[in-house]
Design a binder for this molecule. Sequence first.
Ligand code: RP5
Length: 162
Amino acid sequence: MTQARVGIIMGSQSDWPTMREAAEVLDELGVDFEKKIVSAHRTPDRLWDYGKTAVDRGLQVIIAGAGGAAHLPGMMASKTRVPVIGVPVQTKALSGVDSLYSILQMPRGFPVATMAIGAAGAKNAGLMAAGILALQDPSLATRLDAWRTALSNSIPDEPSDD
Ligand code: RP5
């Protein structure tokens, strides 16, 4: 089994349709990752263990998605120096603004790199993680450059009526 370099964690099974976007882009780019349900409120001991062992297990970036009172990314950042990218999951009650503010407003000293709300944020989290790893991995850097070029090339010059 290959060593995961990125940990994708989320507060609930219900976050997976959003967080899958991060997993899919990491797959496309050939980055090994693991995915786990780790809830700040429902499984705090699991959160603690995950953060405590992250460095020794070789994780280089953690992508953490949660919704509502979204404490998972911030708590994980408090427990490990592995960079944490936070994804605010869209909620029904407050459309994810609650998640966004919960993740974004970290106190001085424990940063979380916060993405946009929802699927776009999760995808960008995967790309951000790949960009960080690419700093030390020339082959991944080449794949990421190609991915970006392909996206740019897919954008038409003009809008169509179809
Ligand atoms: C958060 O509560 C999770 O991250 C999820 O976004 C939200 C709702 O969880 P479920 O009630 O759907 O399990 O902890």
